[in-house]
Design a protein. Structure first.
Length: 312
């Protein structure tokens, strides 16, 4: 443990170790991804994809190693004991910081198949990492503003088609499909602008979740609902590297997926769309109450159901 060092020194060491870990595993990852690019055959993918996922798991293990070396955070994790490293999982979580991704990978690595995130389209241009995410078949989503969608209604379901194509690839190899229904990191300004009915959460969007369930619903072992809480406030990425994350709480619930949300066309069937939105809104209300409880805050008055809470 290097917790005795000044935070800036620890942050610098952590950043160097993170960089070295990324470069080492990405060079190996790209070598196998090139084979998949040159030979885009299903038979090749079924062989190469597990190798790529194994490389990614070692990459995550390397991150966990430098985190243990440089961090002194208290990890309070419950609910992972019943998970198994096989099959497909749908993972759902609130989103507050880039640190969430390191927390989720640290908690779930080799407990369930590799987490595959829905990412914003712009992230494909991140040096090295964008190419690595592409090689691992992470779906890149275009996020359009409401004003843009009103002017270009034909773009409304573009993200949904992207999700569908990605999920069809996930069907080849056991995968954990990771979804942040809020679609962006929580900030108080975003919360106020949305007039969110939740105390600690933004309004959830059901589109990507609905398509993942419609394409892979019969394969998913279960729905893994994750709640991340930072009692001292969500850290920035630099604060995280410097060890200024004193505590993180992670609660994991394994739920059955209702049959009625696994079949339907989210884009064209209003009744199905409302059904899955109501299910997600119920999960979100429960998550908001759970965060109150974990933070020791008196629960807020229950929010009235709102048909527009799930925007897409």
């Amino acid at each position: 443990m290097l917790s005795f060092l000044p935070p800036v020194v620890r942050g610098t060491i952590a950043a160097v170790l993170l960089f070295v870990n990324v470069i080492f595993w990405c060079l190996l990852l790209f070598a196998f991804a090139l084979i998949k690019l040159v030979l885009p055959l299903r038979s090749v993918r079924t062989v190469i994809d597990p190798i790529l996922n194994g490389i990614a798991a070692n990459w995550i293990a390397g991150n966990s190693a430098w985190m243990r070396l440089t961090q002194r955070a208290r990890w309070d994790v419950e609910g992972v004991d019943r998970l198994e490293y096989r099959g497909w999982y749908m993972v759902n979580c609130n989103h507050q910081s880039w640190v969430d991704i390191f927390v989720l990978q640290h908690v779930f690595n080799r407990r369930i198949p590799l987490l595959k995130f829905f990412l914003k389209q712009q992230l494909i241009w991140v040096p090295v990492m964008g190419l690595a995410w592409w090689a691992l078949d992470f779906p890149f989503m275009r996020r359009h503003s409401d004003a843009y969608l009103k002017a270009h209604p034909e773009k409304r379901f573009e993200d949904l088609e992207t999700s569908k194509r990605a999920c069809e690839k996930f069907a080849l190899v056991p995968t954990s499909v990771m979804n942040f229904p809020e679609g962006t990191r929580f900030t108080r300004a975003k919360h106020d602008a949305q007039k969110s009915p939740y105390r600690h959460l933004l309004r959830p969007k059901a589109g990507a979740l609905a398509l993942a369930l419609s394409v892979l619903g019969d394969r998913f072992r279960s729905f893994v609902d994750v709640t991340i809480v930072y009692p001292k406030g969500a850290p920035s990425f630099w604060d995280f590297l410097c060890g200024r994350m004193p505590e993180v709480i992670v609660r994991v619930r394994t739920l059955e997926i209702p049959a009625e949300v696994c079949s339907g066309d989210y884009a064209t069937d209003p009744r199905f769309r409302k059904r899955i939105q109501r299910w997600l809104q119920d999960l979100w209300r429960e998550k908001d109450r759970q965060i109150d409880e974990l933070l020791g805050i008196a629960p807020a008055q229950p929010a009235a159901p709102a048909s527009q809470e799930a925007v897409r």
